[in-house]
Structure formats: C-alpha cells, structure tokens
Design a protein. Structure first.
Length: 310
C-alpha cells in the first residue's frame, strides 16, 4: 500500500510513519517543518520506501503532486496548539480549514480511495457530562476546535459528493516519546531540572492517551468503513494535580506546583467515551493512562534530581 501522511514529521506523524514502514508500506511524508522536525523521521530519510516532501497543505499543487498514485491519505497536518491557534488565527484558519479543503480536493482529484482525518476532542467544547460519546453536540470553545468542526463537515460533504471515503477520529490528549510542547513533556523537563510545574487553574480533568493506542486506531481506521466519527482516548480522566504527582514520582523531583490564572479558551473537563473505539476499531486503551510516563522521561535523561533535591 502507498500512503501519504500530511504532518508526517510531527509527533504523531513520526510514529505513524514508523508503523507504516514496519508494515511494509510505501510512505510519502508532506510537512512544512513549522512544528514538525526531520529528527522524528530521521531513520527513514535514506529509505527507498519513504519520500519526504517539504511542503505546505496550503499549497494545493504540492498536495496534488504528493497524492498522485496514493491509496490512503492520513491527514494529520494542522496548527494543533490551542494557544498558538488563538495567537495566530489567520495561520490557524488557512492551515486547518483551507489546508484541509486542499487535502480533500487533491485526494479526490488524484483518485485516492480513503482519507483518515485527525480531528480532536476540542470539537465538543465544554461537555455537559462525562464521559463524552460521539453523539454529543459539537460546541467548540476555541478557534482550534472550530477549525476541526469545519474539517469534519468538509469530510462529510466530500465523501457524499466525490466518493472519497473519509474516516474521522477525534483524538484526546496524545502523549509519548518525541512530543515536545504539550503538558507532559514540558512538565517532565521542568521536573528534571527542579523547576516549578506551572498549572493554569488547577481544575482540569484530561484524557491522556498513549501514542501507540492512537497509531493502532489510525491504522485500523484506514482499513475500515466507518459510518461516523470515533473517539480515541483512554476513557479515564486524570486531574492535572494527579499528573504532577505522578511526574514528581517518576523523576524524584522536589519541584513545586505553581498555580496560574485559568486560561478561558481551554476546555476544563474531558473524558472520552471509548466504547466505539473498542467495539468498532477493536482498539483497547492502556488500563492506566499514565503507565508509560517512564518511556517519555527517558528522552530527557531519566530521573536526575540530585540538584533539585539538594
């Protein structure tokens, strides 16, 4: 099989490329390297099975060229940082909305059979109750969530009008090795240096899902015909104070929590209902959503805290 991975040099994309190559697939990676990094796919750069294209999904011609002859598109490229999307709304819109339009149009024009769209738990906004099923209303709280709602809508329209099969996965908070700018890697690094762990508000309940679970969901979705979007999460809520406690345990750090004002654009509570993920995709989450923290810590030098603990 031949696959195109937009955003393939990013955190999730790099892990997906690993899995596709391991399965014997031919892979085209399209990434503008704004947030992605060649280090995420360095082991494949000399492989005859992987082609890297430094390109932008806002450039239709680049996507059309990359999609030609492809069997499946994994559309992961996005401005996926909630705060970043707010500070640069123009880039967020042109990447997440116009870019998704371009990817869908190019895929349909190139005769691609199937596209897997990486949506987000942000489409739900602040849910009324937990866990959140796929049937819950979509009420995005920030521009990133709004852009994913728009992307899902375009997927539905393109599927009904062009025949391009679009599979939609709504990811919770993915974590794992090679991540760098989300709460878990940031806190692991700060704890390893004995620095305070900055916590905005302190009331958040978050669904953290191991990257391996996300990859299994992506691969399974590419071989399935899904009738509706599916949540990908752990199904377990973790408070940020609990996350901080687990990180301090892993690192042996004496770092303190530093409580900062709540950021109003952030969703405070989310836990995914993962029944469909388990029944339809056959993908089971980790029993303990934070069980793999130690694998992330290894990237930052492991427990080092002689200086932080005195």
């Amino acid at each position: 099989m031949k696959a195109l991975v937009t955003g393939g040099a990013g955190f999730l994309g790099g892990h997906l490329v690993d899995a596709l190559v391991a399965a014997g697939d031919e892979v085209i990676v399209l990434d503008n390297l704004r947030r992605g990094a060649l280090a995420n796919i360095h082991r494949h750069l000399c492989s005859k099975h992987v082609t890297f294209i430094e390109g932008d999904i806002r450039d239709y011609s680049a996507i059309l060229e990359a999609a030609t002859g492809v069997d499946v598109v994994y559309h992961l490229a996005a401005q996926s940082n909630v705060i970043g999307a707010i500070t640069d709304t123009d880039y967020s819109f042109t990447t997440n909305v116009t870019g998704t339009y371009n990817v869908l149009t190019a895929a349909a024009c190139a005769g691609v059979r199937r596209l897997v769209f990486a949506s987000s738990r942000e489409v739900y906004g602040e849910p009324e109750s937990l866990p959140v099923p796929e049937t819950a209303g979509l009420s995005a709280k920030n521009v990133y969530g709004a852009s994913k709602v728009a992307g899902e809508a375009y997927c539905h329209v393109w599927q009904s009008t062009t025949g391009l099969e679009c599979q939609i996965l709504r990811f919770a908070n993915i974590y794992g090795p090679r991540d760098r700018d989300r709460v878990i890697p940031i806190w692991l690094q700060r704890a390893s240096r004995g620095e305070p762990l900055e916590l905005y508000g302190g009331e958040q309940v978050i669904d953290f899902v191991w990257v391996g679970t996300a990859i299994r969901a992506l691969l399974t979705a590419a071989g399935s015909q899904l009738s509706h979007p599916i949540n990908v999460g752990s199904g377990t809520g973790v408070t940020l104070p609990l996350l901080a406690h687990r990180i301090l345990e892993e690192t042996g750090s004496a770092s303190k929590l530093k409580i900062l004002p709540t950021r109003p654009v952030e969703v405070v509570r989310f836990v995914a209902d993962v029944g469909q993920m388990q029944r339809v995709l056959g993908v089971a989450p980790e029993p303990d959503p934070l069980a793999r923290l130690s694998e992330c810590l290894a990237e930052y030098g492991g427990p080092v805290l002689s200086s932080a603990t005195g």
